[in-house]
Design a binder for this molecule. Structure first.
Ligand SMILES: Nc1nc2c(c(=O)[nH]1)N[C@H]1C(S)=C(S)[C@@H](COP(=O)(O)O)O[C@H]1N2
Ligand SMILES: [Mo]
Length: 251
């Protein structure tokens, strides 16, 4: 199903809110959601969740925005389909949402822009030892996932990216606690301008309580899964597979 901007506006703010609430209610009742907390594997994740709970990442003021925000990892995408969309300003591009959802969706960029927006100024921390403060805007991931509706078995959101890095496709994943956190957004705007190619155009994940490598750029598809086994290298992310970085990268 292609959810156009017009259809989305047709649902209206109340309808979208209802969908989201409905989604959260169902989410709390699903086994996967509760097990996500109970069955968390890493000590890091258990301790961090105990310490931070539902807390928000620190937000900054406009004056704190870094004059230079270093693009890192992939700064361009070779994929011909991506390059064609880039050349057309992503006018006919759509985000795919599939896997363990009630209604697989194709969401055009215009539809994502028409949803209620969240904007936040946060600090990005890369494991390579640099940080930068930037302003991000886009719909909350939770609201986007609620449009597709999660099936009870869904436990992870997997972000499939358009780029290859060191010969492997970039991907990342988060659990549903992180996915429905209020500061987890699908950003199409950075520092009041559409995302540039080096920073992940047309859409990237901002998951603000996690390290830089979790902030997937060039997100083409979000797949809901019950497990991370059998996906790429099986560790839930590009750097998790390639270098053994922690899957739970809580700051
Ligand atoms: N698709 C994709 N996402 C990615 C990367 C990448 O190479 N490809 N690099 C990650 C790393 S390590 C960091 S620090 C940030 C960098 O984001 P920036 O380029 O906007 O600074 O993106 C993350 N997301
Ligand atoms: Mo990074």
């Amino acid at each position: 199903m292609i959810l156009s901007r017009r259809k989305l506006i047709g649902i209206g703010a109340a309808g979208a809110g209802g969908l989201l609430l409905g989604g959260c209610d169902r989410l709390n009742q699903t086994e996967g959601f509760r097990d996500g907390l109970k069955g968390a594997t890493g000590l890091n994740q258990r301790v961090h969740r105990l310490l931070v709970g539902d807390s928000l990442a620190r937000e900054f003021s406009e004056a704190d925005i870094s004059p230079v925000f270093k693009p890192n990892g992939s700064i361009a995408v070779a994929d011909p389909a991506y390059r064609a969309h880039l050349a057309q300003g992503f006018a006919s591009w759509a985000l795919r949402i599939d896997g363990l959802v009630r209604q697989p969706l194709m969401l055009p960029l215009g539809a994502l822009k028409a949803m209620p927006q969240r904007s936040q100024i946060t600090r990005h921390d890369c494991v390579e030892g640099w940080s930068a403060i930037g302003k991000w805007q886009g719909p909350q991931l939770g609201a986007v996932l609620a449009l597709a509706g999660l099936l009870p078995e869904a436990r992870y959101a997997v972000f499939h990216c358009a780029d290859m890095l060191e010969g492997a496709p970039y991907y990342e994943s988060i659990d549903l606690v992180e996915a429905f956190h209020p500061q987890t957004i699908l950003a199409w705007r950075m520092n009041d301008a559409p995302l540039s190619e080096p920073h992940g155009a047309p859409l990237r994940l901002r998951v603000e309580r996690q390290l830089g490598y979790k902030q997937a750029k060039y997100v083409m598809r979000i797949e809901l899964t019950a497990s991370l086994d059998g996906l790429y290298g099986g560790n839930g992310g590009h750097w998790e597979d390639a270098r053994g970085y922690q899957w739970y990268a809580g700051i």
